[in-house]
Design a protein around this ligand. Sequence first.
Ligand SMILES: [Mn+2]
Length: 332
Amino acid sequence: MKKESKQFKKILERAKEILILTHKGPDFDAFCSGLILKEYINTYYPKKNVSFKARQMPTQNIPHMHEVKVVEEIHSEGEDLVILTDAGNWNMCLTSKDTISESDAKLVILDHHDTQSDSTDLTINNNMSSATEQVLELCMDMRGSKFNITEDISILGQIGIISDTGRFLYENATPNTYEIMAKLRRVKDFDIEDFSYKNSKFPLETLSPLTIYIKNLQTDGDLSYTYISKEEIDTGEFSKTSVNNAHQFVRDKIIRHIQGIHWGFVIKPSYYKDNIWQVSFRSSKGYQKVDGIAEKLGGGGHEYSAAARVEANDSKEALEVVLDAIKSTISS
Ligand SMILES: [Mn+2]
């Protein structure tokens, strides 16, 4: 057993009241890693109290999802151990109203992000494809061949891993990821295609703001960009969700998928503050890196996927601010 697994086991064995938390706006990896860990504790330590709190339920049915306690605020309820999965620090998990970080419970982080982690009693992060892979690896290391992959754990594991690896398309999928996936699929032949298909569905109302984004699209060399203005949102009476969905669709499936185009950005007004605009950048591997541009605008992200907020009076000005930042970053 690895040293970190032994340490985790020791901390777990001493705890009585355990709370599992994950990042805000939880994705499937967040839910699946937390639920697998909860199942593990429930199975091997049935006398311990373990709860998993989040602000919302997953968008599709997954095993054990009814065990997620949906709460608005997170305060200490006498826990002696808090475990964060799929998050490197409190900040990713808590809002300003939550006070749980002030409790003197022990803190363990099980993560796979590059983000700087808070100081903890134990952090396990082997830069795996997903927090789900990290949690499974840990469970398997602690129990060895006795670890029982139930059908539910198999399904949760597969969902977490396929979500965070984009069905094994991203670079984060390693031989270890495939090996764990093989173990999971021997237990249950989960329908990945059906799950991904359902997950990619969007509400009909997304199409109206989407036509605006497409109409506003411009190209410049291998760059494409588009936006939606406040006036267009008001005139069309578009809901916030429909604009957000359309924004994501253009960002992920249009801007860098046009032939001859390798990168781009999408702009929309912020719903939280007047005169603030959200800009999302996407690029293709080996082409223009966008993290530096986003950083110049006060944001950040990864080499080929980044975001920022810019201040501007209208969409035209917001576009100029972003195009200026691009020009000065590329020429420097
Ligand atoms: Mn993740």
